[in-house]
Design a protein around this ligand. Structure first.
Ligand SMILES: CSC[C@H]1O[C@@H](n2cnc3c(O)ncnc32)[C@H](O)[C@@H]1O
Ligand SMILES: [Zn+2]
Length: 434
């Protein structure tokens, strides 16, 4: 397949400023951008294409990358508001999750996928502990790019810990690289407060042995930090460094409560952070020191967390919250930059998920991209100078009209091509009404 998509404004995200917006066309070969060109295609280029698409003046942007979520709990949207993290986990999430069957997971994951594709997410990370092989199957059918992690809670016997770790390694053995490399697998200890050091060390050893990277929740609440210091005499990030977690490539979710020394540790160990501003606000967990981490050069990506703590998976909202939040609490509108925030949902997300050649519109990069229809009052007026601003401060998931992953079209004019939106929504609703 050799796709030519013309008459678009291409927001390449290759370098800062309006010069990286091109009024032109792209040619996609073997799931990658082969040409990103200004102007109109030649007759020869048109003749060589197996499919020609008219972009009708829309914006072509890199697909959004959601670096932290729990798809399996999507049906718990709205199940428990106004509760802090630990109480929420202990009284809402864990009791409900104990009752989840494979059928419920399928409905939840399909619902999340519909919501994500419709709002422009092309890549997601899923940390969950139930039926991850089934999730891999659904990810393959959806044609989305996915990083799957069998989440591990170690508050159990050593035998059970070993079983969970075996399941996680088997998931890697069975599905890593599936669907032309669109599905990859990482290891996920849930958090330091649910995984004792001996279990974490087991996981780290396996990660090294099998060359797998690690994703975990870390330093999400003040309570977590206080209790961790009481129990181990060290703050969580300091302790994780001591036990060797950062000796393997690592992405940590939240990183809200950090000392200066811990920020330095994250930087020195090349750890990426998944910033989840909406979940952190809803659970009252606090506000991550993102400007301080950016100034140290830490790679910051964005995540939604689950619909049970967000309560939606629209990455445009996450982008806007990330852009506004730090200006507000610092009383300094210069503290974060439009460009840096937008890149968090694109190139930085790819880096956080250890995915190469992803997050820009550029020759040799994977053809994961969206078309945005700018013909809405809230995106008007626009020109090349204002597109990045509109994408951060004004755009919504609803503005996405077309979605492509690795050159394959997943949504055309708002119609999903690999997911049955109506059926998925009907079945997800039956969870409450049957
Ligand atoms: C065993 S992996 C999945 C596990 O994590 C729970 N979870 C969802 N959101 C959060 C969060 O923000 N912090 C900690 N744990 C979270 C989810 O409900 C599953 O039990
Ligand atoms: Zn989470």
């Amino acid at each position: 397949m050799n796709i030519l998509l013309h008459s678009v404004y291409i927001i390449t995200m290759d370098e800062e400023g309006p010069t990286s917006v091109i009024n032109g066309f792209v040619i996609i070969k073997h799931g990658e951008f082969d040409q990103v060109k200004e102007g109109k295609p030649s007759q020869e280029e048109l003749n060589n294409a197996s499919e020609v698409i008219n972009g009708k003046g829309k914006w072509l942007i890199p697909g959004l990358i959601n670096t932290h979520g729990h798809l399996g709990s999507s049906l718990l949207r709205g199940a428990g508001d106004d509760i802090p993290l630990m109480k929420w986990l202990e009284t809402v999430m864990w009791p409900n999750e104990k009752t989840f069957t494979e059928d419920i997971i399928k409905k939840a994951v399909s619902l999340a996928m519909v919501e994500m594709v419709k709002s422009g997410t092309t890549t997601f990370l899923d940390m969950y502990h139930l039926h991850m092989e089934t999730v891999a199957q659904l990810a393959q059918e959806s044609e989305m790019r996915a990083v799957l992690c069998r989440g591990m809670i170690g508050l159990c016997s050593e035998k059970e810990q070993r079983n969970k770790l075996s399941e996680a390694i088997n998931l890697h053995r069975d599905v890593h690289g599936m669907n032309s490399g669109k599905i990859t697998v990482a290891l996920s200890p849930h958090a330091p407060y649910t995984c004792p050091p001996s279990f974490l060390q087991m996981i780290i050893e396996k990660a090294k042995e099998n060359n797998i990277w690690i994703h975990t929740h870390l330093s999400e609440t003040e309570e977590e930090v206080i209790k961790h210091k009481e129990q181990y005499g060290l703050r969580p990030v300091e302790h994780m460094e001591r036990i060797g977690l950062f000796q393997v490539p690592c992405l940590v979710a939240h990183a809200v409560h950090l000392s200066d020394n811990e920020i330095t540790i994250l930087k020195e160990n090349n750890v990426s952070v998944s910033h989840n501003p909406m979940s952190n606000l809803k659970l009252g967990s606090g506000i991550a020191p993102i400007p301080q981490m950016i100034s140290k050069g830490i790679n910051i990506s964005l995540g939604t967390d689950s619909t049970a703590s967000n309560n939606n998976l629209d990455m445009f909202e996450e982008v806007r919250f990330a852009a506004l939040l730090h200006k507000g609490i610092s009383k300094d509108p210069t503290i974060t930059k439009t460009w840096d925030i937008l890149r968090m949902a694109m190139e930085n997300g790819a880096k956080a998920l250890q995915l190469q050649q992803l997050g820009k519109i550029k020759k040799g990069y994977k053809a994961d991209f969206l078309l945005i229809d700018p013909n809405s009052a809230h995106l008007t007026p626009w020109d090349k100078d204002r597109i990045h601003s509109h994408l951060v401060y004004s755009a919504k998931g609803f503005d996405v009209s077309d979605v492509f992953v690795q050159g394959k079209q997943l949504m055309r004019s708002k119609e999903l091509l690999f997911l049955d939106e109506e059926k998925v929504i009907y079945e997800a609703n039956s969870f409450l009404h049957s």
